[in-house]
Design a protein around this ligand. Structure first.
Ligand SMILES: *[C@@H]1O[C@H](CO)[C@@H](O)[C@H](O)[C@H]1NC(C)=O
Ligand SMILES: *[C@@H]1O[C@H](CO)[C@@H](O)[C@H](O)[C@H]1NC(C)=O
Ligand SMILES: *[C@@H]1O[C@H](CO)[C@@H](O)[C@H](O)[C@H]1NC(C)=O
Ligand SMILES: *[C@@H]1O[C@H](CO)[C@@H](O)[C@H](O)[C@H]1NC(C)=O
Ligand SMILES: [Cu+2]
Length: 371
């Protein structure tokens, strides 16, 4: 990930003294906590970051990455559950059916080192447009959370948005944070969770984006983290969440070549928000960008010859990735961990960029408790 360096470059932002610095100025919302409310005085807050202006489709395919310094959601607290989302500035839900993607969001704790790549700052959460939750406490069954220390003063937010319309549009990234204060966590014997970031782009990933092998001439391919990551501690694995791009089918986390410890499955178009329906009419050779975009559809939605009858295409995009919970004390000193991202571009159309295929990703974040 680029973020370690890029975020440092933007540190001057934090020094601005206007009370708040974008993207930290939007109203947050207090929500009802779901886990450990009475037991550990938990709190839950929906933070809004932005607004960010995604360019029109003709400018970098409507994509833009934003890197900003953000305040941690709480101080000296254990974060038990995290989930990202996307809104328009008027507060309405934003997703692919209205042409706006939360391509990815990564939250980095700039005051800590990544466990897998110690030269980078620690990515403590990430999400793609499928918006998988980091359910660290597994719905309150585990007294565990990511400890934001009093010295963790600086987080970075890396957000990439993608806009399917011709005109530039604003969107707001939301993150729903649930946490318990460290004092009550300590008196309730909460455990501290460590995020382990495994990435097909390597132990110290760059952008995490990997080109499609041979430009996609082979529709079925797998990409792995190689060499694997070797754990230097033993740990209990609480939660494993994974990320693929369109065309992806499964992502496997494997220990010592076998067994597969977690097999995460991509599902497509489970709700209307993840489906783009287009009517193609030869009289109005659609473009102008409403929906067909540069991703997904292109392969299945080649412009039809003028004589072709009007027809409708329905493109589905990844709407969820299954997670794995409570895998037990499976991590031992010296274990070699890898992940394999399995793609089948025949089964599901990949994203395109111009005339070629967009790069793909394969990432798993494991939240573990050392010891
Ligand atoms: C909110 O903004 C979106 C995007 O601009 C727009 O499509 C939608 O109609 C708006 N909703 C309301 C209730 O104004
Ligand atoms: C957590 O609770 C939600 C809502 O009840 C449920 O859909 C989900 O399956 C639960 N997840 C786990 C890992 O228990
Ligand atoms: C946290 O990291 C930021 C960015 O590197 C740095 O400016 C700040 O001083 C650090 N905070 C502490 C308490 O070390
Ligand atoms: C890829 O998907 C196609 C279309 O669903 C299917 O026929 C084929 O068996 C799949 N290939 C593999 C290796 O899964
Ligand atoms: Cu991605």
């Amino acid at each position: 990930m680029i973020l370690a360096q890029t975020a440092l470059g933007l540190l001057w932002l934090a020094k601005s003294s206007l009370g708040c610095t974008p993207p930290n100025c939007l109203a947050s919302e207090t929500l009802e906590p779901r886990f450990f409310k009475d037991e550990a005085k938990s709190q839950r807050v929906l933070k809004r970051y932005g607004p960010f202006t995604a360019p029109g489709m003709s400018d970098h395919h409507g994509m833009k990455q934003f890197v900003s310094i953000m305040a941690p959601p709480c101080n000296d607290c254990l974060v038990t559950h995290i989930q990202a989302g996307l809104e328009y500035p008027n507060g309405s839900y934003a997703n692919v059916n209205t042409g706006m993607w939360l391509h990815h969001v990564v939250v980095v704790n700039m005051n800590r080192s990544s466990t897998v790549c110690p030269s980078n700052a620690e990515p403590m959460f990430a999400s793609g447009n499928e918006r998988t939750a980091a359910n660290i406490c597994v719905n309150g069954t585990q007294k565990a959370g990511y400890h934001i220390l009093p010295t963790d003063t600086t987080f970075a937010l890396v957000a990439e948005l993608m806009n399917d319309k011709m005109e530039a549009r604003d969107a707001v990234v939301t993150i729903d944070w649930e946490f318990v204060p460290a004092s009550s966590a300590s008196s309730s014997s909460f455990k501290h969770a460590t995020p382990i970031w495994l990435d097909i782009d390597g132990i110290c990933p760059g952008s995490s984006e990997v080109p499609v092998p041979d430009g996609g001439s082979s529709k079925v391919f797998s990409l792995s983290l190689s060499p694997p990551w070797t754990s230097s501690f033993s740990a209990e694995i609480l939660w494993v969440m994974s990320h693929l791009h369109d065309g992806g089918e499964t992502l496997q986390v494997t220990k010592n070549s076998s067994p597969v410890v977690c097999d995460s499955v991509a599902r497509y178009g489970e709700t209307d928000a993840y489906v783009v329906t287009e009517v193609h009419d030869h009289n109005t050779p659609s473009e102008g960008g409403s929906g067909s975009g540069h991703h997904g559809g292109q392969h299945g939605v080649k412009r039809r010859a003028a004589a072709a009858p009007a027809h409708t295409t329905r493109m589905t995009h990844i709407s969820s990735m299954s997670s794995c919970a409570l895998l037990g004390k499976q991590m031992n000193v010296g274990d070699e961990w890898t992940i394999t991202a399995n793609y089948n571009l025949t089964d599901h159309a990949p994203m395109t960029e111009g005339d070629g295929l967009a790069p793909v990703m394969g990432i798993s974040i494991m939240y573990v408790v050392k010891g």
